[in-house]
Design a binder for this molecule. Structure first.
Ligand SMILES: Cc1ncc(C[n+]2csc(CCOP(=O)(O)OP(=O)(O)O)c2C)c(N)n1
Length: 386
């Protein structure tokens, strides 16, 4: 029997790890679910804040560990160097290293493959884990992290989890976790209590929402969020003015803002709750700059839908429409049902607009986008020049 997740978490327990936090990667969704059930665990909105939170926890005597994707290291590096390392605090970072093994998303190559070089440049020690047998190497290193107050990154290839018997279904659920003797800690119940509700309750998935709004995207520049949103948009309505993000989580609204401030074309951003929460300050910048031709559609399924439906804080305590209003947006609206959505999309724009669309989690099984990323850029640039 192969249970790499159990083996790894067992080593963490042995070394007294008592505080964990994560921002998900699809390749470690089972590990994350099990970590959340086994440790004091905090879901993060951005990897960088995890560095600060773990520094605070270490100051208070805890033994922290972080679980992130390789791209997340790009968000952490300043805090790792000027906080954790500078004050000689311990931190174990378990990194799902993308771009090195059976990778289907080309945008994962630049960060994933260069990660070891970046860590060397930053003076952060690391251990590469390429198979279940390598997990044993964590034991010795982890002792060093907490005895010597150092930062250490464990770069985990997706190969480590291949053939694992631990697992859970793609939706938020308990399922096979019971096999590993663990319970599921994910919940979306509290979403009910915090969100100012639209007239209709959420019933549509992101795919169904994109299908409903697609006729109103015609001839506009559409910036679509990375992962499933872009793939679904491509499957529903490809047009040369669609800028499909393939990486760079948190950049959908900033990209749309940059285009809107530099062009007269109508710009629509299809963003996600997890991605907006990673970089919410961009809503303040957008409200300040206030381009009249920008509409942000926040498809809020309360989950990191592209990485296994781990709940985001929009599932429990954040109302994104109120966030946008707080940052200075004046035209905001909440929608969920078909009629509301269509009405909102038909309405003539009155300047910068934020549309908060409540959705249910779920991805449509559509293929990867077959257009090369430089061709995507060329098509959008061609459209913007017209
Ligand atoms: C910096 C960084 N951290 C983590 C990831 C992994 N990742 C890719 S898509 C995604 C979820 C995005 O969630 P959301 O914005 O809510 O959109 P949804 O997929 O639910 O539509 C995550 C966590 C990443 N690509 N980059």
């Amino acid at each position: 029997m192969s249970r790499p997740e159990e083996e790894l978490l067992g080593i963490l327990k042995k070394h007294g790890v008592d505080f964990t936090a994560s921002l998900p990667c699809e390749k470690i969704k089972t590990l994350l679910e099990m970590a959340a059930a086994s440790f004091h665990h905090l879901p993060l909105t951005r990897e960088e804040e995890g560095v600060g939170i773990c520094a605070g926890a270490a100051l208070a005597g805890r033994r922290p560990a972080l679980f992130v994707q390789s791209s997340g290291i790009g968000n952490m590096i300043n805090a790792l160097l000027s906080l954790t390392q500078f004050y000689e605090l311990p931190l174990a970072i378990f990194v799902s290293q993308r771009g090195i093994y059976k990778e289907k998303i080309e945008a994962q190559f630049p960060m994933g493959q260069r990660l070891p070089t970046l860590l060397v440049g930053a003076g952060i020690a690391y251990t590469e884990l390429h198979s279940i047998d390598d997990i044993r190497r964590v034991d010795q290193k982890l002792k060093h992290v907490y005895d010597s107050n150092i930062v250490h990154a464990f770069l985990m290839s997706p190969a480590v989890w291949e053939g694992s018997d631990c697992g859970f279904p793609d939706s938020i659920g308990t399922g096979l976790l019971a096999d590993c003797g663990l319970k599921n800690s994910a919940t979306t119940d509290s979403r009910e209590s915090c969100i100012v509700h639209p007239a209709s309750p959420p019933v549509f998935t992101r795919y169904e929402i994109i299908k409903l709004i697609a006729p109103y995207l015609e001839g506009k520049v559409v910036v679509s969020n990375l992962g499933w949103p872009s793939k679904e948009l491509y499957a529903i309505k490809h047009q040369p003015s669609n800028f499909y993000m393939l990486g760079s989580m948190g950049m959908a609204t900033p990209i749309g803002l940059g285009i809107a401030l530099s062009s007269k074309k109508e710009v629509v951003v299809i963003d996600g709750d997890g991605s907006l929460l990673m970089n919410p300050g961009t809503l303040a910048t957008a409200a300040f700059a206030s381009p009249r031709n920008l509409t942000i559609i926040a498809v809020d399924n309360g989950a990191y839908g592209s990485t296994g439906n781990q709940p985001t804080l929009a599932a429990s305590c954040v109302d994104l429409e109120q966030v946008a209003r707080g940052f200075g947006f004046r035209n905001t609206v909440k929608a969920a049902g078909e009629q509301e959505l269509v009405e909102v999309m038909k309405r003539p724009r009155e300047g910068l607009t934020f549309i908060h669309v409540l959705a249910v989690p779920g991805n449509k099984d559509v293929p990867n986008i077959p257009v090369h990323h430089l061709e995507i850029k060329k098509q959008v640039q061609g459209f913007l020049r017209k």
